[in-house]
Design a protein around this ligand. Sequence first.
Ligand code: F6P
Length: 323
Amino acid sequence: MKKLGIITPGGDAPGINSAIGTVIRLSRNEKKNIIGINDGYKGLVDADFCEMKGVSFNWLMGVSGTILHSERMDSFKEEKVLKKAIKNLEEKGIEGLIVIGGDGSFRGALDLHKLSGIPLVAIPATIDNDIYGTEETIGFDTACNTALEAINRIKDTAVSFERIFVVEVMGRARGFIALEVGIASGAEAILIPEVDSPLKEIAGGLAKARAKGKMNAIIVVAEGVKNKREIAKFLEDKTKATVRESILGYIQRGGSPTRRSRMLAVEFASYAYEILKTSPTRPKMIGLQKGEIVTIDLKQSVEGYKEIDLDRYKLHRSLSNIY
Ligand code: F6P
């Protein structure tokens, strides 16, 4: 395999560039040609390729986002769209593909492989950490640290004004960031889509805590939890405290990647590069299981559902003073 392509079709996550940089350096060492595909699958369909000359590994290690840019493309499952992409890959002479992203990116990769048979290896990178087959995804650690830092700041004002804050962290459908950050920030309660929120119990606990003089509180809520406005209103009515909402939003997707996000990126990317060189007949995904870097079938990952750690959720209940 002499010419490899690399593409980042999903939401960006801190560490994606570190993974790109790793693949560039390793392929240069072995005199392989690495072709970047701009703007995710849209760029593949539009034949928007770049040679990645002059891009340095050292620089890429520390910057977030994706130098290849990203764009969502819902039509990247239609046969005529996929066929156009395949024609472009063939014309460019790309013999294998590294796909960095999350669930949506991986579905597109499977569709592409089904029609073309091109060897491909996927690297899980999303701050949501919701990919089956890996304990951690690139970017999750950085996003959690960013959210933690923000919550620490919110706590300062919560203490000063004796308020309750409902802080929303990212996770459109899942509560991995909320659970991690809720525990690590010492939040009074965590609300995640995977668990029915015991709102009455939380409100009662907060009211009791206030009666004893513990006036401030942080409730970490995942983006995917429904009716957050109503939740804040309910807590305000029941506790008689001032309840403020704070949505952390896209700051969680940026910022220089942490050591952990960088190292995971380097380890995933170097393994992906080695696996791709073997021209796997079935699409593979790199993952972290019990601390080891492993490969699993990409189809298995896409079809799987990553369970949230409910023991951790229970542990948080024991650590909080409101239950
Ligand atoms: O990167 C994952 C994620 O941050 C989700 O938690 C969030 O809902 C979503 O991406 C939003 O991204 P976009 O606006 O790019 O679709």
